[in-house]
Design a protein around this ligand. Structure first.
Ligand SMILES: Cc1cc2nc3c(=O)[nH]c(=O)nc-3n(C[C@H](O)[C@H](O)[C@H](O)COP(=O)(O)O)c2cc1C
Length: 414
């Protein structure tokens, strides 16, 4: 790569911490936890690859704030009673070569698979609409005000535990259709109380979480928020809403907004929309980031569709502080080192072209997760995996993990 590229310049965040370069491993749920939903050997092996990948920052796959509300099987959860030892080791591995370690924290709300027998709660009792695949998901229950305060406390406790475990910061997941997005979107938030209606009300839970985390964690603890640039569904959360939310976050000392988009229903994070918006073929959300950058002082990061150094560099040149890569780093964990040797080296992002878009989206995720599992087993990754075979293997792995997790929940229930 051009050794003088801006990609390799350090960046100091508002909290005073410096990231050594601009390339960030974005969150990818691995579904590879050890028994008890804590990180174990498979995750340690996987993260060692990224620790040696010359990245500025490593963000974990989403860690659940409530063990009874998991996005999927084999997920990681952290609450105030969890043994911190495995998390301390996890953070140490990520930081072992100079990258910053960030824990992404999340609550799935209604976006939980029925087979998990998890708690499915949402601002309103609106189920997921994925056509014939909708039946895979649980019917959510409308949250009471007490539920909402409880969730806020959970986010706070998990952030504090991440700090205690040695993470440099957290990222609050408010994108991709999970609980905080469900509050933000008028399609899923039909409440008439102070948590619904105007964008100010819909953003209240996110704002409360951010301000409380800022109040209890150290001043140099990094606080990031992952936000949709829109949910790309008709009458959904719009880009104007995003700008308003960012405007509200501005006074709270947020270090980075990561801009993404979409949900399970409209997987814009894989480059697909449901409202006819056309996204760029690489760096899907850069155009949104450019507009947002002119309206806010919060440093921005954008993730989605980036696999080439030239594009990553463009993201920074056009106003983002950081650039996020997910899928390409699952296939080539040392992609940044490859760019250093050969600037034109292109990473790879699996792209399934099946006609059933929902199934194709699941297959895309399966192809990536298969590479994460291979790295966790210290195997080489596959650059061009078969979507069908990956889906089959992923389904078998998820079944095994579901059985394990459901079994462990049921043995604990009175
Ligand atoms: C297997 C897989 C798991 C993911 N899990 C998460 C997650 O836990 N949290 C999150 O914010 N995004 C998650 N994402 C989305 C990525 O962070 C990213 O936004 C998206 O894949 C687009 O970036 P890419 O084109 O570089 O993959 C996941 C993506 C994949 C492929």
């Amino acid at each position: 790569m051009s050794s003088d590229s801006v990609l390799y310049s350090p960046y100091t965040l508002p909290c005073g911490v410096t990231v050594r370069n601009r390339v960030v491993k974005a969150a990818m749920e691995e579904n590879m936890s050890s028994l008890g939903n804590v990180p174990g050997e498979a995750l340690f092996s996987l993260y060692r690859y990224w620790a040696h990948g010359s990245l500025g920052m490593i963000i974990t796959g989403n860690v659940m704030v409530d063990k009874e509300a998991m996005t999927g099987p084999g997920g990681v959860a952290l609450d105030k009673n969890t043994d911190l030892a495995p998390f301390i080791k996890w953070a140490k591995i990520m930081k072992s070569n100079g990258a910053l370690a960030i824990m992404q924290i999340n609550h799935p709300g209604r976006q939980v698979f029925k087979a998990m027998q998890s708690k499915a709660i949402a601002p309103s009792a609106v189920p997921i609409d994925m056509g014939k695949h909708s039946k895979l998901f649980a019917q959510p229950r409308e949250m009471t005000c007490q539920d909402i305060h409880h969730v806020c406390k959970r986010f706070l406790e998990t952030a504090k535990q991440a700090e205690n475990a040695g993470f440099d910061g957290i990222e609050i997941h408010a994108a991709h259709g999970y609980l905080l997005t469900q509050f933000l979107s008028p399609l899923t938030n039909q409440r008439q109380d102070e948590w619904g209606g105007s964008i100010i009300n819909r953003a209240r839970l996110l704002i409360n979480i951010v301000s409380q985390i800022r109040a209890v964690c150290a001043n140099n603890f990094i606080v990031m928020v992952k936000l949709n640039s829109a949910d790309f569904q008709k009458n959904g959360f719009s880009f104007e809403d995003t700008c308003e939310v960012v405007n509200r976050l501005e006074a709270l000392g947020v270090d980075v907004i990561e801009l993404s988009g979409g949900s399970y229903e409209a997987p814009a994070m894989q480059g697909q929309t449901k409202d006819n918006t056309t996204l760029a073929s690489e760096a899907y959300f850069l155009e949104f980031a450019k507009v947002l950058e002119s309206k806010t002082d919060i440093p921005l990061m954008t993730t989605g569709g980036i696999k080439r150094a030239e594009i990553a560099e463009r993201v920074i040149q056009q106003g983002c502080a950081l650039v996020g890569l997910a899928s390409a780093l699952a296939i080539t964990p040392d992609l940044v080192k490859k760019w250093q040797k050969q600037w034109s080296y292109s990473g790879s992002i699996p792209h399934c072209r099946w006609r059933d878009k929902s199934l194709a989206s699941l297959a895309n995720m399966s192809m990536v997760r298969r590479q994460l599992r291979r790295l966790g087993n210290n195997l080489t990754t596959l650059r061009d995996p078969s979507p069908l075979w990956s889906l089959v293997l992923d389904t078998l792995h998820r079944r095994k993990m579901t059985k394990r997790d459901v079994g462990s929940i049921n043995t604990k229930r009175p």
